[in-house]
Design a protein around this ligand. Structure first.
Ligand code: AMP
Length: 421
């Protein structure tokens, strides 16, 4: 199928050509005709399938064709969980509006609101927002949702994971009843379906790349190793100069920082993005990564969720996630929209069973790299050892927090003493 056959406005076809999209992706082929016919849509699709264009193009088509009075009003609202996703969706709308007059703006928290409110005051047709900042600016009177005709709830499952359910309900209460709604989620557990039924009217269901099917264009490899060897194994893998841009997943923020420190010590340019980093730091890291100034971007799952990097070829799992779906999301960050990609996982004994769960979910064996210098020689712990190791972890955690609290109160006392002096 070609974009020309989708009956989209000519300015959109032109813009898509500029993006070098040769044909609509599976989700676009399904969604665009339905949305053009003004159906509500329940879409099961993850980032990387082309889902943004699947909703943005037909919404823009409607907006272009509608007659409006002089003053611009927000007619389309896209709510998405993270700042990164919001920025990317806004960028896509801008790309596709290159040859028409539809304006969009993006709002998200963690930054000053001045530029956002100025953009809103100048008038926009499409608003892309994260829930918190949207409610905040609605509360301050900068935004009214009464003219919304098209509403998109993006990454609904992640939205609920991040605890946005109350915010979403508040937003829904302000939306006009007469509207077209589109609801996208990577997974469709029962709480998501329930929420969708409160938003959508007689929706058409579509799906692309359900979470259990990993993209066929991604080659998957796994190294079995010991926990203590992971650091060196990573350096060994990075000797391959073909890997010029690697997105590395770490389960924890501290782990992510540690990996970055170790890489930097070996003169490998790296940066971390996770929830403790400011919006500026995250955007700067992402930009340097895109510009190939840093070779390894280390991300936690939530931070990585919104990242879209054109033609990302390599993803590395520094740990094997215990939820198999997380693995599928992670490796979906490469080999996007028809490009080839390579996923490399490094697995310590305690994670062997997670690797087996993943293979069950994706219904294929991940190719094991056998002849490498750091083979797995340790055995997974038995039940007793696991219990003891958990206890030890708890003890160390308590010690860490006790020390931190001691240091904090000493600091406070010090500054009080200084103040008195
Ligand atoms: P998304 O799933 O919306 O995050 O899109 C993933 C990536 O695919 C983005 O970089 C898009 O620019 C790109 N993309 C979207 N539609 C197409 C298409 N029809 N052909 C090629 N690339 C596309």
């Amino acid at each position: 199928m070609r974009f020309e056959n989708l009956n989209l406005h000519s300015s959109l076809i032109q813009a898509v050509k500029d993006q070098n999209y040769s044909e609509p992706t599976a989700i676009q082929q399904q969604a665009i005709p339905l949305i053009l016919k003004k159906n509500d849509v329940l879409g099961s699709a993850q980032t990387g399938t082309g889902k943004t264009a699947a909703f943005a193009l037909p919404i823009l088509h409607h907006l272009i064709n509608e007659k409006t009075n002089d003053k611009r009003k927000i007619r389309a609202l896209v709510v998405t969980p993270t700042r990164e996703l919001a920025i990317q969706i806004g960028d896509n709308f801008t790309d596709y509006s290159k040859y028409n007059k539809i304006k969009n703006t993006v709002i998200f928290g963690g930054v000053k609101q001045g530029t956002q409110t100025t953009a809103l005051n100048n008038g926009v047709d499409v608003l892309v927002a994260t829930p918190g900042r949207l409610l905040d600016l609605m509360g301050q009177g900068f935004i009214s949702l009464k003219d919304i005709k098209y509403f998109v709830l993006d990454e609904a499952d992640r939205m609920l994971d991040m605890g946005f359910i109350h915010d979403i309900r508040k937003i829904l209460n302000e939306l006009p009843r007469e509207r077209q709604s589109l609801f996208f989620s990577a997974t469709m557990p029962s709480n998501i379906l329930k929420l969708s039924s409160q938003i959508l009217k007689s929706p058409k269901q579509i799906s692309a790349n359900p979470v259990s099917s990993t993209a066929e264009t991604i080659q998957q490899f796994i190294y079995y190793t010991n926990k203590s060897d992971k650091k060196d194994l990573l350096l060994y893998i990075l000797k391959d100069k073909n890997i010029n841009q690697l997105l590395l997943f770490s389960r924890t923020k501290h782990g992510a920082d540690r990996i970055v420190r170790n890489l930097k010590k070996k003169n490998i340019q790296a940066a971390a993005i996770h929830g403790d980093k400011s919006q500026n730091q995250r955007q700067k890291a992402l930009q340097s990564f895109k510009d190939l100034e840093i070779r390894v971007l280390v991300a936690t799952d939530i931070a990585a969720r919104g990242i879209d990097i054109d033609k990302l070829s390599y993803v590395l799992n520094y740990d094997i996630p215990n939820e198999s779906e997380t693995y599928v999301h992670r490796i979906g960050r490469c080999g996007r929209a028809g490009e080839t990609g390579v996923s490399i996982s490094i697995c310590e004994p305690e994670e062997n069973e997670y690797a087996r769960d993943i293979e069950k979910l994706i219904k294929q064996k991940i190719k094991e790299i056998q002849n490498h210098p750091f083979p797995q020689t340790d055995k997974p712990m038995n039940a007793q050892q696991k219990k003891e190791s958990e206890k030890e972890k708890q003890r160390r955690k308590q010690e860490f927090f006790a020390n931190r609290n001691k240091k904090r109160s000493a600091k406070k006392q010090n500054s009080r003493n200084n103040y008195r002096k």
